[in-house]
Design a protein around this ligand. Structure first.
Ligand code: BTN
Length: 295
């Protein structure tokens, strides 16, 4: 594959090719070199120009035994996967589409919290990047986590997490943490401008993808170590601080095909959502979608 095919702006000097440095290009060697590693011995980066789904690729590579801390990213996904069988639209170069392969030592029962670890890391990375690139403090959008693990800016979805695993009898277990972040305008699916947004739209300026990816990897490792130490309450406390909707907020839930009104009333120790319905009965939602009810 030629560098030019990746959109890298090569310069030539005396028949030698140079790749001028820029903070957007997802060059594997630069990501490996510039990202501090604290959770694994090293971060090994595998980039694809296009792939069906980085999660599918991650599951495949995990089964082949790649080490923890392997990052798979693609410039474009042909069959990007979202939660609940949905599609994650992934046009070339418009967003971050990546999957981390990890091999947690915590029991599998706690692995759902890895999605919370990832959404915390994305929210903190987005916050840091926006603070750096948006000069006017009054127009700074603040990331808000929406259960289960969506990252919102200005009331619109900006990023999503898809956690999958190879866990099963006899298999060497690995978790794959897929992250999709809308960065450029063309990452927003047509017709979804009211419901989805992207970082450049919120910031009013282009956001360099590698800087964002490296910030995500830094925060993910930091909070992954908290997860691995079993400090799950600390992790969830951070998640709650980054979310406006986990307690006392009116929502709609799906119940047997019907839309039912409820109010959020906390998170369980595994990050499931506690809700109270109109009859005052409390329930736990393990998965699914909720919508915040506006007055
Ligand atoms: C969601 O539905 O909100 C989760 C979206 C997750 C999308 C990311 S993009 C990279 C990784 N590969 C996939 O196929 N999906 C995840």
């Amino acid at each position: 594959m030629l560098c030019r095919d990746w959109g890298f702006p090569l310069r030539f000097d005396d028949d030698r090719a140079f790749l001028p440095y820029n903070a957007d290009a997802l060059v594997p060697a630069w990501i490996e070199h510039e990202t501090p590693t604290v959770a694994w011995e090293r971060i090994s980066v595998r980039g694809f120009l296009e792939v069906d789904s980085t999660n599918e690729e991650g599951l495949d590579q995990a089964r082949r035994g790649v080490s923890a801390g392997t990052l798979i990213y693609a410039e474009k996904q042909l069959k990007g996967r979202g939660r609940k069988g949905r599609t994650w639209i992934s046009p070339a170069g418009a967003g971050i589409y990546c999957t981390l392969v990890i091999r947690p030592s915590q029991p599998v029962a706690f692995w759902p919290l890895l999605a919370h670890t990832a959404s915390v890391a994305v929210a903190l990375a987005v916050k840091e990047i926006l603070q750096e690139f948006v000069s006017a403090a009054d127009s700074l959008a603040v990331p808000d986590l929406k259960w289960p693990n969506d990252v919102y800016l200005s009331g619109r979805k900006t990023a999503g997490i898809l956690l999958e695993s190879t866990a099963g009898p006899g298999a060497a277990s690995a978790a794959v943490v897929g992250v999709g972040i809308n960065v450029r305008q063309d990452s927003i699916p047509e017709g979804l401008f009211d419901q989805a947004t992207c970082l450049s739209r919120e910031a009013g300026t282009e956001i360099p993808r590698r800087r964002l990816m490296m910030a995500f990897l830094r925060y993910f490792q930091q909070w992954y170590l908290v997860f691995e130490r079993g400090e799950h309450r600390k992790l969830l406390a951070c998640w709650k601080e980054l979310s406006s909707m986990w307690n006392g907020v009116p929502i709609w839930i799906e119940d047997g095909g019907n839309r039912v009104a409820a109010v959020t009333c906390g998170l369980t120790d595994l990050g499931a959502l506690r809700i109270r319905n109109a009859d005052g009965i409390e329930k736990t939602l393990l998965a699914g979608d909720v919508t915040v009810r506006r007055a």
